[in-house]
Design a protein around this ligand. Structure first.
Ligand code: ADP
Length: 396
């Protein structure tokens, strides 16, 4: 009999969920709740067995939202009585959580202490945990942190060159995010290239709306591009990625902006949106093809930053064996992959253009046989990874 795990991803105004059978690697149901806390109506969309249902109740908070989700399961199935655990995507674990953990009062108290590091994300996660525990109290609830994989980073990679006492007092360091994806994707690579994980020097490019890149040696991360917050590193849909830290103070003075205003500008109005007016890479590509000046510049900035990181990480690794693309842009944009690989001839990268264009859901190679670095496309699946990690934790 299936032993499904309910995977929950609670954001400030949304909840994504999947009911997963981790052994069969199948999704039994999935759905999305939007506009939680909105004065108007919320939206709950539930999919199972190839059918989809939508309801639009008022959703004052996460408890009411999860009650609506559970009603969807009651009305349309599958039943939740066999659920063995609930896995919660917890964003920021600071340096406190290096692995998934069964949630108890102490874990929630620690997550509460970490709220200043992730003021938008962690409160929603805690509220979601409390709501789910009240509705499904008889099974273990597990927290899986986006930062956990990167707690293994070496000190020289996670330390910022600022005053040591200031850093210590405020826990200012690189934490890294998208860890579940970087770990899952890097673990798919050995089977494709026929080399053990322990022998591989990898770079993984997670290019979605949020984007990050990591260097992984023998299965362990040695650097990653996101930092104290998910704002650092690559150019993203709406986030700036790396800028001169001096821009912050300069913009405060020249525009008279508050800290909150600058934070919001860099997180929500920058990246591809700020450069081109579009956040979706499909729109940027279409505008680029038409020769739109802002799109051409924006795309070149995006690629330049990515190539810069790949070169730096190749140097840190000493030898680069594999370069893997994942997430929305990485999995779907042959255009971005080609632009990146064309600039990596210096590293011995040779793309197989036909393979790059072919669509294949399974992890696959897109480099030519003579390429010194094997280039891959691997679909990420953070929900499945979370369900498997939860099953593993509870079996141990
Ligand atoms: P996130 O989980 O960070 O919200 P995803 O990994 O789902 O993001 O990626 C979403 C992004 O993927 C979209 O905003 C879009 O830019 C990009 N994307 C999806 N399909 C394509 C495609 N066919 N070509 C180019 N970009 C695509």
């Amino acid at each position: 009999m299936a032993k499904p795990i309910l995977v929950l991803n609670c954001g400030s105004s949304s909840i994504k969920y999947q009911l997963i059978d981790p052994d069969e690697e199948t999704v039994l149901a999935k759905g999305l709740v939007e506009r939680i806390g909105d004065a108007g109506n919320g939206i709950v969309t539930h999919e199972t067995d190839g059918q989809e249902w939508t309801i639009t109740p008022q959703l004052h908070n996460h408890t009411v939202a999860l009650q609506a989700v559970f009603k969807m399961f009651d009305d349309h199935g599958p039943g939740l009585k066999n659920v063995t655990a609930v896995a919660h995507r917890a964003v920021h674990g600071g340096d406190r959580f290096a692995a998934p953990v069964v949630i108890d009062d102490e874990v929630i108290a620690t997550m509460q202490e970490l709220v200043p590091l992730a003021p938008l994300h962690n409160p929603a996660v805690i509220e979601g945990i409390r709501a789910a525990q009240s509705l499904l109290g008889n099974v273990p609830h597990v927290a899986i942190f986006d930062t956990a994989f990167f707690t293994q980073l070496p000190e020289e990679a996670y330390t910022y060159a600022i005053n040591r006492d200031l850093a210590k007092r405020n826990a200012i360091r690189k934490y890294g995010f998208h860890g579940t994806s970087h770990q899952y994707v890097s673990q798919q690579v050995p089977a494709v290239v026929g080399t053990d994980l322990g022998e591989l020097n990898q770079i993984v490019c997670h290019l979605g709306n949020g984007a990050s890149i990591s260097a992984i040696k023998g299965g362990k991360p040695i650097d990653t591009s996101m930092g104290l917050t998910p704002l650092a590193g690559l150019v993203m849909g709406t986030r700036s990625g790396d800028i001169d830290p001096g821009v912050f103070a300069y913009a405060a003075r020249s525009e008279g902006w508050s800290t909150e205003r600058i934070d919001s500008e860099l997180n929500k109005n920058s990246g591809m949106l700020g450069l081109t007016g579009d956040t979706d890479m499909r729109d940027v590509e279409a505008a680029f093809e038409k020769g739109d000046e802002a799109a051409v510049t924006g795309m070149n900035v995006y690629i330049h930053r990515l190539v810069f990181y790949i070169g730096g990480y190749a140097a840190l690794l000493g030898r680069l064996d594999t370069l893997t693309f994942t997430a929305g842009v990485g999995e779907n944009s042959s255009f971005v992959r080609k632009m990146v690989c064309d600039r990596l001839v210096g590293l011995g990268v040779v793309l197989d253009e036909a393979k790059n264009e072919a669509r294949d859901k399974a992890p696959h190679l897109i480099s030519a046989p003579e390429s010194k670095v094997k280039v891959l496309v691997v679909r990420t699946n953070e929900e499945l990874a979370m369900a498997k990690q939860t099953e593993h934790l509870l079996a141990s």
